[in-house]
Write a protein that binds this ligand. Structure first.
Ligand SMILES: NC(=O)C1=CN([C@@H]2O[C@H](COP(=O)(O)OP(=O)(O)OC[C@H]3O[C@@H](n4cnc5c(N)ncnc54)[C@H](O)[C@@H]3O)[C@@H](O)[C@H]2O)[C@@H](O)CC1
Ligand SMILES: [K+]
Length: 215
């Protein structure tokens, strides 16, 4: 049976992996991006024009790393930030440096009809309030367009614990979950918005005495 985790549980497992396991957050991000690349490149998605929408936290960092790996695999990809980069965390800035060095294309604004595939890396397990109003509008507009969205970890706008929609949520065809499927992708509206959930091993280390709240 699929082991579901809450937001707090995945953060505890990540923290254990980084502190006790001595794996860095960068290693986990790279593994998450490599896992996502493998899923996308397996032949089920049209990769003729990929748009990666990246936020300013850990989920965005995964998306930027994925954009770099897609670019290096000669898959046409454009990276677009959602939110002001001045508020980006250090992981995002580091990934942006790598993406720039690799020559990844950027766009400020996109016609969501154009890409063959949209990767949602705006918010993941860290979402803790309703999406800002401007983003809610963007998400609702994107949902009106018949385009394939693949979410990283969790569709943007879905609460990781409850599956509740926080203002608006992107409707994904598939969700690539890192380490464990988040409970919100199996509950309430999250179950519908996540589409097919594909959970990928990224090398997280779970403490042997860890108790999952969902059995
Ligand atoms: N930390 C790690 O070791 C790993 C993190 N991973 C990725 O990191 C994600 C979690 O990253 P974060 O915890 O940075 O969270 P997110 O990237 O989901 O969100 C970023 C930050 O935005 C803020 N925020 C939350 N809700 C908001 C809202 N409605 N409006 C505006 N700001 C809001 C919070 O401060 C949050 O931390 C996972 O879903 C996964 O994709 C994976 O790469 C695996 C390893
Ligand atoms: K996401």
């Amino acid at each position: 049976m699929t082991q579901l985790v809450t937001g707090d549980e995945i953060r505890a497992i990540e923290a254990y992996t980084i502190t006790d396991g001595a794996l860095s957050a960068e290693v986990l991000t790279e593994r998450a991006a490599m896992a996502a690349l493998n899923v996308l490149a397996a032949g089920h998605f049209d990769l003729s024009k990929v748009l990666v929408l990246a936020g300013l936290g850990g989920n965005g960092a995964d998306g930027i790393a994925l954009a770099r790996l897609l670019h290096q695999a000669h898959i046409p990809v454009t990276l677009q930030f959602v939110g002001n980069l001045k508020r980006a965390n250090q992981a995002v800035l580091n990934q942006l440096k790598a993406a720039n060095a690799a020559g990844v294309s950027r766009s400020e604004k996109s016609d969501f009809k154009e890409p063959s595939l949209i990767v949602d890396a705006i918010f993941g397990a860290g979402l803790n309030k309703d999406l800002p109003e401007g983003l809610q509008k963007m998400v609702k507009a994107a949902n009106h367009i018949d385009n394939t969205v693949v979410a990283l970890d969790l569709p943007t706008g879905i609460d990781a614990d409850t599956g509740e929609v926080r203002g608006a949520a992107l409707n994904a065809k598939a969700t690539i979950a890192f380490g464990f499927e988040k409970a919100g992708c199996a509950r309430g509206q999250g179950k519908k918005m996540a589409g097919r959930v594909m959970t990928q091993n990224i090398g997280l280390i779970t403490p042997t005495d860890f108790t999952f709240s969902i059995q």
